[in-house]
Design a protein. Structure first.
Length: 114
């Protein structure tokens, strides 16, 4: 599992915001819905990456509230400061064995921004 060089500071900031496990918020839900429309995708998420999990602050087209970090696509998005775009996750060495690619929901396109 990759970790960015600023992992400790990133986690400290995340916990300082006290946003993990908070209730849904309309502003985040509007962003998620807009992202799904713009990207023409059935799923869209606003996620926060904690030490061991990816928590969904907002989601469209997917059930649940979190996944383990080891299967989170976002673990790669936080490794840089620019957008990570993957046209076909089934062809990408980082994702082709991921259960979200090999099984339902069979993710293909991914775009993430740290």
């Amino acid at each position: 599992m990759p970790f960015p060089p600023n992992e400790n500071k990133r986690l400290e900031a995340l916990h300082r915001y006290q946003i993990l496990d908070t209730l849904p918020e309309k502003a985040f839900d509007r962003l998620t819905e807009l992202a799904s429309l713009i990207c023409e995708t059935p799923m869209s998420l606003v996620t926060l990456l904690d030490k061991d999990r990816q928590w969904f602050k907002s989601q469209v087209g997917i059930d649940g509230s979190e996944t383990s970090r080891d299967v989170a696509f976002c673990q790669y998005a936080i490794m840089d400061t620019s957008i990570l775009e993957v046209e076909d996750a089934a062809q990408d060495v980082r994702f082709k064995e991921n259960p979200f690619v090999t099984d339902a929901p069979k993710v293909r396109f991914y775009a993430g921004y740290p």
